[in-house]
Design a protein. Structure first.
Length: 147
């Protein structure tokens, strides 16, 4: 079985650290990747972090994960609230899925309160800032060890 955890990020998350830092903080996606890789490797897992602004590329990467990942951490960005196609792709993935939002989406506009991805996710983390990714990696490691 693969021992690689995938961290998938949707649109605009390439701008993490620069985009609305009062909401998303000053850490970059490269910082998230370094912290999560160190954590995952300490737990005996590999890590791959992806980001795309294109829905189809996120879906293709979820398909790739079917063969190469033991679990998926996903921050789908705004696709969270719109994409049945990403939900369908995650439903075709067998391992654990944890959904992450850097901000507390429930404290924000009502259109951010609904998530298609939550219908599939084993857990949802919102509002912990970029530390949420590390909490999600820890949880995937626990769940993947059970399978
Ligand atoms: C986000 C919340 C989404 O509503 C938003 O569109 C994002 C980021 C978060 O991490 O808090 O792009 O997923």
């Amino acid at each position: 079985m693969s021992k690689t955890i995938y961290i998938l990020n949707g649109p605009n998350l390439n701008l993490l650290g620069q985009r609305q830092p009062e909401i998303y903080g000053r850490e970059t996606l490269a910082d998230v990747e370094a912290d999560c890789r160190k954590l995952a490797e300490g737990l005996g897992f590999g890590l791959k972090l992806f980001q795309s602004n294109h829905e189809g590329v996120v879906i293709d990467t979820i398909h790739e994960a079917r063969k190469s990942a033991c679990g998926i951490v996903i921050n789908p960005g705004a696709f969270t609230h719109t994409s049945v196609a990403i939900l369908d792709a995650l439903n075709a993935f067998d391992g654990p899925v944890i959904e992450v939002h850097i901000s507390n989406v429930h404290k924000r506009e009502s259109f951010r309160h609904h998530s298609y991805v939550s219908l599939r996710a084993e857990g949802v983390i919102a509002g912990l800032g970029t530390e949420g990714y590390q909490a999600a990696v820890r949880r995937i490691a626990q769940l993947a060890a059970k399978t």
